[in-house]
Design a protein around this ligand. Sequence first.
Ligand SMILES: Cc1cc2nc3c(=O)[nH]c(=O)nc-3n(C[C@H](O)[C@H](O)[C@H](O)COP(=O)(O)OP(=O)(O)OC[C@H]3O[C@@H](n4cnc5c(N)ncnc54)[C@H](O)[C@@H]3O)c2cc1C
Length: 389
Amino acid sequence: MNDFDVIVIGAGASGLMSAIEAGKRGRSVLVLDHNSRIGEKIRISGGGRCNFTNRDSSPGHYLSQNPHFCKSALSRFTSADFLGLLAEHRIKVEERAHGQMFCAGGAKSVVDMLEREARAANVLIRMESPLVDVHRDGAFRVRLSRGTLTAASLVVASGGLSYPKLGATDFARTLAVRFGIGVTDLRPGLVPLILTGTETEAFRNLSGISIASVVRLGRAEFRENVLFTHRGLSGPAILQASSYWKEGQTLEIDLLPGADTRALLLGQQGTRRTLFAVLADHLPRRFVEAWLDKRGGAKMPAALSTSKLERLAEELHHWRLRPDATEGFEKAEVTVGGIDTRELSSQTMESRKVPGLYFAGECVDVTGHLGGYNLQWAWSSGWTAGRYA
Ligand SMILES: Cc1cc2nc3c(=O)[nH]c(=O)nc-3n(C[C@H](O)[C@H](O)[C@H](O)COP(=O)(O)OP(=O)(O)OC[C@H]3O[C@@H](n4cnc5c(N)ncnc54)[C@H](O)[C@@H]3O)c2cc1C
């Protein structure tokens, strides 16, 4: 006889969701977590307002070695389902640009709701419970510093490596490897990028300046703001692109998307204006000064040769920068990569090799774009695992 039907590792978004769903099915459920409070990442998400989902949580907003894997869970527990849950608890929501849904009353209301739901489903939650070891001999045996607990099913919802100060560990990856389950390479995603090249020296004092741009990396393209920081680039367009970026790759920034820069610059040939004056009508002055510094200087007349103006016009749409690194897992909102989806059933989130072992949330190789997609994946995959564990 096992101590519990289901043990869930991790009291974050996906772990709590799977525990609630399993509890509602009448399973006896224990959630274990080494943190002292549940849902630490939910609390700080969306700048404290929790961008808990996106109205358009379609699979195209996710990165994975298998882009089809997320479809089943996302279609079975949708953003509308999570909105319904919030409505039942009378939690006020607000919609912002691009379908991003936030909590009007702050992220804590989502955490409190999950706690109430867990209690109603008779889920036991044991915080400050560091795990020593997990092994399986028919049942799963979870060794804690004070004794061992057994369960028929184990749901691993221990998240990725991002924000270690909030309790992130590589537990899921280590456990998977030990059970012979494949894992893809991990890298930080939704993370600021660091620049150190000579041109970028000129941008050091632009920290805080933001430009509405299109950032391209391969086939990925994001039309949002680019923000200059002391160490490089951030802002939504860069964070999105960072999830695709690999060392050595060059980003392309369109500084004036949609504008006819060729006509704009060639139209100045007969004038006495400086290039600075022309561009400063469209871009922040400090940025234009720094950008022109490497291209002939801010005092350069706009009446240049056609070929030179055409080159500059082209560069305004295709400004190429090669980041040196990301700010790492310390500053990353997510981890790209995780448990190889070929190892899991997309219908149940159960391991194909180890019956009774489930993975949910960020520890799986499914990573959302910025905008509520990662929490939606945590709800959807957690819910799915909870239906079967
Ligand atoms: C600053 C920040 C802001 C974000 N904002 C948003 C947002 O607005 N919208 C959005 O969609 N996404 C956002 N995200 C991403 C989102 O929070 C995560 O993708 C999501 O919370 C992942 O849920 P999870 O349950 O898989 O993992 P987590 O929420 O990370 O939960 C994992 C749990 O497992 C526990 N754990 C880990 N290792 C162990 C161990 N060895 N033993 C015991 N317990 C362990 C941890 O303590 C944690 O409680 C943000 C992330 C960050 C860092």
